[in-house]
Design a binder for this molecule. Structure first.
Ligand SMILES: C[S@@+](CC[C@H](N)C(=O)[O-])C[C@H]1O[C@@H](n2cnc3c(N)ncnc32)[C@H](O)[C@@H]1O
Length: 208
């Protein structure tokens, strides 16, 4: 089976983005070189569905980039939902803020600038949905920091859990850090999880 062709087939049979999110993707492509950081339609629509199915109201995202996954989740939240999204690179802040302001979901979104390990403790309260998608070397630290603040029955989604296959490569620092987290999750009786071979690997877990 041609993996690239079948991934394109899956994307083409997945609900399309909103008009605003299509515009955000075009502007990101025109202005930035690291567009592959954007998690894309398969992961984006998975997040959107999970937010809706779980009835989540309070979302934490680690890694905003230009706001693609943040807006996708914010659009899926109810009117009284809240989403906190953490980013430290000011280069991406302008595009993210521009699109948050253009969105009907604007009032639900708070962009938290600074290093996420330092800013997450400044956000009060617990979360019922978490998306981890930044700073791979610290993946185990984000899990340890955030899991105690995830509500019972809450969902955590972790992107890039394959890191292009480098989780199998003991020479890769990021691969080793992600593999460490994958191993922690496998042995953690507090959660139940599935590791999906979607794009670069996505773990979806529920806190028991
Ligand atoms: C993979 S991208 C996020 C993509 C986004 N979730 C999406 O789907 O569009 C990771 C982002 O995390 C940011 N980042 C990396 N390390 C960080 C840190 N320590 N604290 C906050 N943000 C960080 C990067 O600047 C980058 O914009």
């Amino acid at each position: 089976m041609d993996q690239q062709a079948i991934e394109s087939y899956a994307i083409n049979h997945t609900t399309d983005h909103s008009k605003l999110i299509k515009e955000l993707i075009s502007v990101s492509e025109e202005n930035l070189e690291h567009i592959d950081m954007l998690s894309g339609r398969l992961v984006g629509r998975l997040l959107s569905l999970l937010v809706k199915i779980s009835g989540a109201k309070r979302v934490l995202e680690v890694g905003t980039f230009t706001g693609y996954s943040a807006l996708t989740m914010a659009e899926a939240l109810p009117d009284d939902g809240e989403l906190f999204t953490c980013e430290y690179n000011e280069r991406y802040e302008d595009i993210a803020r521009t699109f948050f302001e253009k969105s009907e979901a604007e009032s639900k979104v708070t962009l938290v600038m600074g290093k996420a390990l330092e800013t997450i403790p400044t956000i009060s309260g617990s979360f019922d949905f978490v998306f981890i998608d930044a700073d791979k070397i610290n993946y185990p630290n984000y899990y340890k920091m955030i899991l105690p603040r995830l509500e019972q029955g809450g969902i955590m989604v972790i992107d890039n859990v394959f890191w292009s296959g480098e989780v199998l490569d003991s020479e890769s620092d990021k691969g080793k850090a992600i593999d460490e987290l994958n191993t922690i999750i496998r042995g953690d009786n507090a959660v139940e999880q599935v590791m999906l071979p979607v794009r670069d690997g996505v773990t979806v877990l529920r806190k028991k």
